[in-house]
Ligand binder design. Sequence first.
Ligand code: TXA
Ligand code: MG
Length: 340
Amino acid sequence: MNTKLFQLDEIEQAAQLLKEGELISFPTETVYGLGANAMDEAAVKKVYAAKGRPSDNPLIVHVASVEEVANYVEEISAQSKELMAKFWPGPLTLIFKTKPGVFSEIVTGGLTSVGIRMPDNRATLALIHYAGVPLVGPSANTSGKPSPTTAAHVYHDLNGKIAGILDGGETGVGLESTVLDMTNPEKPTILRPGALTKEELESVVKKVYLDQHLITKEESPKAPGMKYTHYAPNETVVIVNGADEQWQEAITYYQSQGEKIGLLANENRINQYKSTVTAVFSLGDKNDATAAAKLLYAGLRFFEKTAVTLILAESYENKGIGGAYMNRLEKAAGNRFFRK
Ligand code: TXA
Ligand code: MG
């Protein structure tokens, strides 16, 4: 299969392929998604095959309007209505109780709930509109690898496996949406942190909880996808905290072990150590966690093209978008931190 790159004036052609049960990757404000008609079981099966995704991991359904959600879910609470009014289109996936019989078990992973989101990307909203159906949309990467933030990343992972990619340039946020479980009206719970923070959500919903696994790392996560290896490049990733001495020691230590080191770090750090390591990728200004979030996946993918065997990665303060950045980085690193 030839994977065709569609430009923004070719959305209708891409939509036609979706109607025919083919897979089209689409841009969003978070990361690129792998789109298929959510109502077409055979098409959804192809998504799992193309990504190599475990079949118990449910998919997010992408819609083009708030109104259509009522067709797919049992009940929409007043709080959910307010959240959609305030944050959609945007990086917020809401988990609802699904109307029985609407989605196949392949979409919901056999759960009685479904995740729905309206992405903040005009081209993709038009794509959904022309397709005339909601689209499933997991991140468009090979399962386990960093999510794609450019059409080139998608092409790298899925060339030959999908019909096309709608090229919308680089994505904005760079990390996946915040997943908020609204199935228990008493207890809105974040299952996956993202660009929308707990504090922002609490401007609408009085109290937002965190899934237990985000607090005590031993608990098993409620979002099935959170238990798998994720975002991991081929190289080993080790997170280094703060101080300069730590970085110097980490570089010396791993070089003595024969590792070829790549630095995924803030601009200052890069400037300080670039002459002593094999390759570097800058995450931008040290105080700008938003920039780091946007560049994290591209950075993790960058080292594949180098001789690097081990990546030393910058940590950011665990608050706001920094919390989502650390959640993804810790997974990419398999929770490996450098401690002397
Ligand atoms: O930003 C995003 O959300 C991107 C873009 C493309 O929209 N999509 C995305 O999809 O990240 P995916 O499939 O890579 O991640 C979906 C996550 C998984 O952790 C999955 O387990 C969880 O959402 N999820 C989906 N439906 C769920 C449900 N009914 N209950 C609990 N978790 C659910
Ligand atoms: Mg994913």
